[in-house]
Ligand binder design. Structure first.
Ligand SMILES: Nc1nc2c(ncn2[C@@H]2O[C@H](COP(=O)(O)OP(=O)(O)O)[C@@H](O)[C@H]2O)c(=O)[nH]1
Ligand SMILES: [Mg+2]
Length: 236
């Protein structure tokens, strides 16, 4: 199998089925599996997937216990249980276009990690509904470049395609979205080649952001991410 798509979900019932349909249509020419890693979403995300894709063995749901909740551990568990020669993970809120996946996968021919990037030429963060998230993300990436170097422009991408060998060597670390900064920096330090594929990040289609729903929550996350950047600079 060429590609495993790992989809971490918490309350994405209205987004996950159209997302998987679009992923599968985009990957008509790539052998793949789709692994939804759901943390006991109360809105019935896992049930919606099982009902819709019952007849498609390429689509699986890993149901984790409610007390296992966490974005980084969910992605890691999906990676651990996946079988593709390459892996990809992304948000499940329809903010990242699955039609970009073939381009990310193809980019692995000349790289080890290919990320969807909002900050490389041609990319854009068009989340008009959450200007504070947008500003915070921009600021964190400017800070990350100043501290860790500008080899990567979208350290908090979260739209990541990688060769299996990379995720075998670089286990995800951290609590939430800072895992991505950590993963990209350590992968680069190990000599893996990272390329950025421009894409436009749009508003989540339905449901609530899990990163933060208030300015205070967002700043709290920002501080954690900032601390992770400084710690990385000191240790790697
Ligand atoms: N399994 C799992 N998925 C999560 C958790 N928190 C967030 N997610 C998923 O991670 C992705 C990113 O979250 P999202 O709310 O889009 O964050 P934002 O884009 O920063 O606002 C989405 O697909 C979420 O459903 C969690 O605790 N467990
Ligand atoms: Mg999102």
């Amino acid at each position: 199998m060429q590609l495993s798509v790992v989809l971490p979900t918490y309350n994405e019932r209205d987004n996950i089925v159209p997302l998987i349909e679009r992923i599968r249509a985009s990957l008509a020419n790539v052998s793949h599996e789709v692994l939804v890693v759901d943390d006991a979403s109360p809105d019935g995300t896992a049930d919606a997937v099982e009902e819709r894709f019952r007849d498609q063995p390429e689509v699986r749901v890993l149901r984790r216990r409610a007390d296992e909740r966490g974005l980084r551990t969910a992605i890691q568990e999906g990676l651990d249980q996946s079988m593709g020669e390459a892996v990809l993970w992304m948000d499940c809120d329809l903010s990242m276009p699955p039609e970009k996946i073939p381009e990310l996968y193809a980019a692995l021919a000349a790289s080890d990690v290919a990320i969807g990037s909002r900050y490389v030429a041609g990319g854009r963060d068009a989340r008009e509904d959450v200007p504070l998230h947008r500003a915070c993300s921009r600021l964190l990436n400017v800070f990350a470049q100043a501290v860790l170097g500008s080899a990567v422009l979208d350290y908090t991408s979260g739209f990541v395609c990688a060769r299996r060998r990379v995720v075998q060597e670089v286990r995800l670390a951290g609590d939430y979205g800072e895992y991505c900064i950590d993963f990209l920096h350590r992968a680069r330090k190990l000599g893996f080649r990272i390329v950025e594929v421009p894409y436009t990040n749009t508003a989540r289609a339905s449901g609530e952001s899990k990163t933060a729903t208030s300015a205070v929550g967002l700043v709290r996350r920002g501080v954690v991410y900032g601390a992770a950047i400084v710690r990385l600079a000191l240790t790697h």
